[in-house]
Write a protein that binds this ligand. Structure first.
Ligand code: FES
Length: 84
C-alpha cells in the first residue's frame, strides 16, 4: 500500500504576511521534482490558531512552526524521506 502524507499550509492572513505563499510554491516544486505528487496530499488550510509562530505547516496533524524558505527544504527532506 502506498504511504500517503497529508500536508496543509496555513493560508490565514498572518501566515500570508510572513511568507506562506513562497513556501507553498516551494513545496509544490519540491513534490514535483521528487515525484511525490501521488504520495503527498498538499492543500491549504484556514488559520490554525497559532499565528504568532507562523507560517505554519501541518503534516499528518502535527504543526511545524516558523516554516520559511530557509528551513523548508530540510523539513521536507526529513518528513518525506520514507516516501523516496
Ligand atoms: S494565520 Fe496561520 S495560524 Fe493563524
Amino acid at each position: 500500500m502506498t504511504t500517503v502524507i497529508e500536508m496543509q499550509i496555513c493560508l490565514g492572513s498572518s501566515c500570508f504576511s510572513r511568507g506562506n505563499k513562497d513556501v507553498a510554491i516551494y513545496i509544490k516544486d519540491y513534490l514535483k521534482q521528487h515525484h511525490l505528487e501521488g504520495k503527498v496530499v498538499f492543500k491549504g488550510a484556514r488559520c490554525m490558531g497559532n499565528c504568532i509562530n507562523g507560517p505554519n505547516l501541518m503534516i499528518n496533524g502535527r504543526i511545524t512552526e516558523g516554516v520559511n524558505l530557509a528551513v523548508i527544504e530540510s523539513i521536507l527532506d526529513k518528513e518525506l524521506a520514507k516516501l523516496k
